[in-house]
Design a protein around this ligand. Structure first.
Ligand SMILES: *Cc1c(COP(=O)(O)O)cnc(C)c1O
Length: 235
C-alpha cells in the first residue's frame, strides 16, 4: 500500500523525523552544509511492520549487517522502490561476495586482503562496483574486524592497485571509550589517503560523529526502536 502512513507506523515515523531533525541540528552546530550527512537506516533484525512505513514515507537509504537477512526482504522492496540504496554494514564472507554484489549499493566492511582480492575479481566479472569503505579497527580490539590503524595506508594502497574504487572509511568505536578519539583518528587516516567519505556514528553517538566530519551515519534503534532479539519475536 502506497500513500499516507499506515496504522501503527506513526511511532516509527516520529523516530525517523526526530533522527533527521537531530542530524540537521548537528550539521548546523558543526558549521556543515545542511544535507551533507547521509542517514543510513539500519534495519537489521527489525520486523517489516517497522521498515515499510519508513520506506513509504520516502526514506530510501537502508543498511543491513547480514547478507542472508538482506536477501530475504530487500529484492522485493527494490521492486517496489527502485530508487532505494542498500548498504552492507556488517562483515562479508568471501563465499557471499557474488550474492552481496547483487544486493548492495555500498559495502562498509572491506577489511582484509583476502576479501579485497576476491572482491576485485568479482567486480571485474560483474562489470560494476558498489561504493566501498575500508573498515578500520581503531580500537585494535581482537574481536572486531577492520584493519589496524598502522596497516590502513598500506591496505588502501593495495586496494587501489587492484582497481577497487575505495571512497571512504568506516569505524565502530569500542563501546567503553570516548568515541571522539576514534572519529578523529578515522578522519586523519582518510585525509592523508585523500578519501572524503566517513561512515561513522550510530544511535548513541551520531551527533559527535557529525562534529568530526561523518558523511554517513548508520542508525538503527533510534529510527526503528529497540531491536527484537529475533526476527520472529515481533514487538
Ligand atoms: C547495528 C549496527 C548499527 C546501528 O546500531 P544502532 O545502535 O541501533 O544505531 C550501525 N553500524 C553497524 C555496523 C551495526 O551493526
Amino acid at each position: 500500500m502506497v500513500g499516507g502512513p499506515r496504522t501503527g507506523g506513526g511511532d516509527g515515523l516520529n523516530r525517523l523525523k526526530n533522527t533527521i531533525d537531530a542530524i540537521h541540528e548537528a550539521e548546523l552546530r558543526a558549521g556543515r552544509p545542511p544535507g551533507s550527512v547521509r542517514l543510513i537506516a539500519v534495519s537489521k533484525m527489525q520486523p517489516r511492520e517497522r521498515i515499510e512505513p519508513v520506506l513509504e514515507s520516502g526514506h530510501r537509504v537502508f543498511g543491513e549487517n547480514r547478507v542472508q537477512e538482506a536477501a530475504g526482504r530487500w529484492p522485493e522492496y527494490r521492486e517496489r522502490f527502485p530508487d532505494l540504496a542498500l548498504h552492507l554494514v556488517g562483515p562479508l564472507q568471501t563465499n557471499k561476495i557474488r550474492q552481496a554484489l547483487g544486493l548492495f549499493d555500498a559495502i562498509h566492511s572491506l577489511d582484509r586482503p583476502g576479501l579485497a582480492r576476491k572482491l576485485a575479481r568479482a567486480i571485474q566479472v560483474a562489470g560494476r562496483s558498489p561504493e566501498l569503505f575500508v573498515q578500520v579497527n581503531t580500537g585494535e580490539e581482537p574481536q572486531k574486524s577492520g584493519v589496524a590503524p598502522a596497516d590502513a595506508d598500506g591496505f588502501i594502497r593495495e586496494c587501489r592497485s587492484m582497481d577497487l574504487p575505495v571512497t571512504g572509511l568506516m569505524v565502530i568505536p569500542p563501546v567503553d571509550e570516548e568515541p571522539s578519539l576514534h572519529f578523529a583518528l578515522l578522519r586523519k587516516i582518510a585525509e592523508r589517503n585523500c578519501l572524503d567519505r566517513l561512515s561513522m556514528g550510530m544511535s548513541s553517538d551520531f551527533d559527535i560523529a557529525i562534529a568530526f566530519g561523518a558523511t554517513h551515519v548508520r542508525i538503527g534503534s533510534a529510527v526503528f526502536g529497540e531491536r527484537p532479539l529475533s526476527l520472529n519475536d515481533h514487538p
